[in-house]
Ligand binder design. Structure first.
Ligand code: S6P
Ligand code: ZN
Length: 188
């Protein structure tokens, strides 16, 4: 017999704005928190908000499913679109599902040996991120990119590998829309 460790609960998710009720724990990242991640080193206003993550609090263990919403603001650093830091899961084989709620973005995924895949994220998209793939979202629209994420509770986050290596590709504004180009700062 498995003794339940949690009581069931319900959270209401605003499918447009991504806000949770009751409010989840929020993580805020500003340009100053992303030093060295964009092609352009200098930023005009480091205090500028790039994204917020609202998390549904559950224990970070294998038996649970962690859920969060991310609200990624529109904006540019030079010609590079606002993006999340991106990470591998600390436990590398842990997978994740994203459901797009509003706005337009790209989900950039990469393996440790330098493979990369970029896919669209928008209202109604369901992106499956298998274990072993680092993931970063990029807002290529002019409204906030909002998505819901669900992942294995003990996945954890390894930001260090991305801080050191970067992603193999960068997403830049082009004359005909976003361009996915090799990242000159990538160090495998
Ligand atoms: C967690 C999931 C998302 C991100 C969020 C912010 O596994 O992938 O909730 O944490 O989109 O991105 P980052 O790279 O700063 O964690
Ligand atoms: Zn993740």
């Amino acid at each position: 017999m498995v003794k339940p460790s949690l009581e069931p609960f319900t959270v209401f998710l605003d499918l447009e704005s991504g806000h949770l009720d009751p409010a989840g724990l929020a993580v805020e990242r500003r340009l100053v928190d992303m030093e060295g991640m964009y092609q352009q080193e200098e930023v005009a206003d480091g205090d500028q908000l790039v994204y917020r993550v609202y998390m549904v609090p559950v224990p970070e263990q294998n038996s649970e499913i962690s859920c969060s919403t991310t609200i990624l603001e529109p904006g540019l650093v030079g010609e590079e679109y606002f993006m999340t830091k991106g990470h591998f899961h600390q436990v590398r084989d842990r997978s994740e599902v994203y459901i797009g709620l509003s706005g337009y973005g790209l989900l950039v995924m990469a393996t440790e040996d330098g493979g990369d895949v970029t896919q669209p994220i928008e209202r109604g998209s369901m992106n499956y991120v298998p274990g072993g793939w680092a993931h970063r979202t990029v807002n290529v629209g002019d409204t906030p990119l909002v998505f819901f994420a669900a992942y294995v509770g003990d996945a954890g986050h390894d930001y260090t590998t991305i801080e050191r290596s970067g992603f193999p590709v960068a997403v830049l504004r082009g004359e005909d829309g976003p361009r996915v180009v090799p990242n000159p700062k990538y160090r495998r």
